[in-house]
Design a protein around this ligand. Structure first.
Ligand SMILES: Cc1cc2nc3c(=O)[nH]c(=O)nc-3n(C[C@H](O)[C@H](O)[C@H](O)COP(=O)(O)OP(=O)(O)OC[C@H]3O[C@@H](n4cnc5c(N)ncnc54)[C@H](O)[C@@H]3O)c2cc1C
Length: 374
């Protein structure tokens, strides 16, 4: 293949570019922003996706910290269980990491180098005479043998494949933030979650003296009158002490709003010479902590298929056949994760009892499924 055109320089697009460069396939990545200011958040990348990044030579330690323990607190803030993420991850070949998203973007961008074109917003795509063509907001265009849409949940390229399809909004939402200090109540290499009726919150050590924290309401109606912090203070009761201390050292403009939506059962993911991967194909709500991991797995598999030298239709069909079942189950798990972590008092009591009394073997199996992406 002479050239792969990638639209979107997020985690899917940049990982794909690195994987293609590794096998010597020319690539051009067009990213609409000139900078990554809008991505000052963080995420958890499970072991199986970290392994892919490390195989591509990405020094993950520079942008995050290994996660050892995931501590869940249920109704009334009571401790429910501790998941052994670190030990189980290492059994499967790599640590899982809490990662600063902004720093990861910067790092991957540096590694992709001149093949990443910033400030290049794709406005439409087409497929003509065996070539895929993208046109840009500045009036320019670029073309390649195939075009891979990595332009995220509100994909412009998706309109070429599925005009009129939009995200299904779940009604949940809140904020995520990264602060450059670690609250004393947060142990190193630890993520803590607090599950209460109608709302969940979490806080995680990102390493390098940084912390990410988030709050998500199951039914979120934005308020025009209350500040972001007041919305949390007034609606999450009891407010976990550690979330309170995060709020105290966060500026309102550091709180990035999130609204959950997903794209279950969208098919096909391709048309002619254009294929969608990552959130563009299978956007998920964030409650399983798997969307970025799926995007990384997509990129890795796709690069292997492209390198295999098969025909474009065979590459696209095989890609969807392998990745769609996995992506659909992430979307369903995430919806279930939201219900489980925000359910009402009675269900919450049962849930807390189950996690508190869960046999070690069962808990390890749940962790194994998460770190391996199954
Ligand atoms: C609050 C929150 C928490 C999350 N936590 C986790 C987690 O813990 N673990 C996990 O695995 N996942 C998590 N996710 C999901 C994860 O962030 C996404 O699934 C992942 O970023 C998808 O990667 P992507 O590259 O497909 O899309 P994106 O990361 O959205 O990247 C798309 C890129 O395309 C660019 N772009 C968009 N339109 C155009 C255009 N027209 N032209 C050119 N470029 C364009 C964008 O600027 C962006 O850089 C979370 C998501 C949220 C919202």
């Amino acid at each position: 293949m002479k050239k792969v055109l990638v639209i979107g320089g997020g985690i899917a697009g940049l990982t794909l570019a690195l994987a293609l460069k590794k096998v010597g396939i020319p690539v051009a990545v067009h990213e609409k922003y000139n900078h990554y200011q809008n991505q000052k958040t963080g995420f958890l990348i499970w072991s199986y996706a970290i392994k892919i990044l490390q195989d591509l030579g990405v020094p993950v330690d520079e942008v995050g910290a290994p996660l050892e323990a995931f501590r869940i607190h249920g109704r009334k803030g009571r401790f429910v269980c501790k998941m052994p993420i670190g030990s189980v991850s290492r059994l499967h070949g790599a640590n899982s990491y809490e990662v600063n998203r902004y720093r990861l973007s910067e790092l991957l961008s540096r590694m992709v180098g001149d093949d990443l074109i910033l400030g290049s917003e794709c406005t439409s795509v087409s497929s003509v005479d065996g070539q895929a063509i993208a046109t840009f907001a500045d009036g320019g265009s670029d073309q390649g043998d195939i075009l891979i849409a990595c332009d995220g949940s509100n994909s412009v390229v998706r309109k070429f494949i599925h005009p009129g399809v939009h995200l299904r909004m779940l009604g949940a939402g809140g904020w995520i933030s990264v602060i450059n200090q670690r609250p004393p109540l947060l142990p190193l290499n630890t993520q803590m979650e607090f599950w209460q009726p109608g709302v969940k919150a979490g806080v995680a050590d990102l390493g390098h003296g940084e912390t990410r924290w988030y709050v998500a309401f199951k039914n979120y109606v934005p308020s025009a009158v209350e500040s972001k912090k007041d919305q949390i203070l007034n609606r999450m009761k009891p407010l976990p002490e550690i979330i309170k201390s995060c709020l105290e050292c966060t500026d309102e403009d550091q709180m990035v709003p999130t609204q959950a939506g997903d794209l279950l059962a969208l098919s096909p993911w391709y048309r002619d010479r254009v294929l969608m991967i990552g959130d563009a194909a299978h956007a998920t709500s964030p409650y399983a902590g798997m969307g970025a991991c799926s995007a990384i797995a997509d990129a890795s598999l796709l690069a292997d298929l492209i390198a295999s030298g098969r025909s474009v239709p065979a590459i696209f069909q095989d890609f969807q056949a392998v990745r769609k079942p996995a992506a659909d189950s992430v979307i369903k798990d995430s919806r279930r994760g939201l219900d489980l972590s925000t359910c009402g008092d009675l269900k919450g009591w049962v849930r807390d009892w189950m996690f508190t009394n869960m046999p070690e073997k069962k808990l390890n199996q749940i962790v194994t499924d998460m770190v391996t992406g199954h």
